[in-house]
Design a protein around this ligand. Sequence first.
Ligand SMILES: NC(=O)c1ccc[n+]([C@@H]2O[C@H](COP(=O)([O-])OP(=O)(O)OC[C@H]3O[C@@H](n4cnc5c(N)ncnc54)[C@H](O)[C@@H]3O)[C@@H](O)[C@H]2O)c1
Length: 352
Amino acid sequence: MPVSAVIQADIKNIYNNLKAELSAIEGSKWLISGGAGFLGGYFLDLLHYCNENVFKKPCTVFCIENFISGTPTRIQHLEGNKHFRVIRADIVKSIDLAGPFDYIVHAASIASPSFYRKYPLQTIETNVLGLKNLLELGKGENLKGFLFFSTSEIYGDPSPQFIPTPEHYNGNVSCTGPRACYDESKRLGETLAVFYHREYGLPVKTVRPFNIYGPGLKLDDKRVIPDFFSDALSKRKITVLSNGLPTRSFCYVSDAVTGFFKALLCRYDGEAFNVGNDDLEISIETLATIIAELVGGVEIEFSKSSEADYLTDNPQRRCPDLTKARSLLNYQPEINLATGLTRTLAWYKEVY
Ligand SMILES: NC(=O)c1ccc[n+]([C@@H]2O[C@H](COP(=O)([O-])OP(=O)(O)OC[C@H]3O[C@@H](n4cnc5c(N)ncnc54)[C@H](O)[C@@H]3O)[C@@H](O)[C@H]2O)c1
């Protein structure tokens, strides 16, 4: 299956954003967990693009996937490529792989709230034990960079004076609520990552993505943007499963992936960076209205989720403070919501 045209255009855009940084990775060896997922898929595609179009010496990429939420079709176009090896395995189990690796990326997780509430223990294990397995692989092996995907959810439900939320905000998180399996295990993951840096000198960077969306986010993912598109494209009313007032700041995937690579390849070992878009903080009701207008001929209704815990501990507001990423990484998101949603819709039409 050829890779989608919309994703290909995104990859070129990411490459152009990162030209200077990417020369450093030519010929390197990578281990990426969760490579068939939404964000991990973009990592594989960018490395594939560099191998095909830029590098004289290609990168070698090992991807570990258990396909608990990712699908093989997302990375089918890499099948048979001698520089990519997809290993169907659970990152929580012991990993028997020949290192050393130059770069290790832990993108595996169960990231959609409806799914992590369904698989709470697997979520904790992947975020903590899976991470520890990868950190161990990076020890003493001349690793150049390790990227841990944390989340903006580690901030929980910030009080208003911490919106936009900077990295030094310590969070307001329940340790036993239905979202705790995700939020708290990402917090412990950050602690593990930072101590592997302090104790063993691992060049670990942590990113905290804020509501990333775009091509690759499957219609049945159950995060809010695919949920709304799923309704709209089936010509159902878009169902808002709250009073519509909570706010989010959405970041298009090509901006986010640019930020993730900038973090991985920077010299600030042991640091955590917000990655998102602070251009617009909008209510969920406004988001539904925008998607309804974009698809056309769709109405909005308010309802209650059949999932009892759907709104428990749901953060009221989300907006990143990007000062640190801007000043240390020269990160600058560029794609506004209208453009990003139009590209996302184009992908849904291409693939579904
Ligand atoms: N997309 C976002 O907006 C967002 C926001 C905050 C944080 N994150 C974090 O970024 C990372 C990537 O997110 P995503 O949106 O691509 O998620 P995703 O669910 O699309 O992809 C995760 C991938 O990991 C795989 N996986 C899960 N557990 C595994 C295991 N034990 N072993 C091997 N593979 C496993 C899944 O099959 C899936 O393909 C995750 O760590 C997530 O928590 C994402």
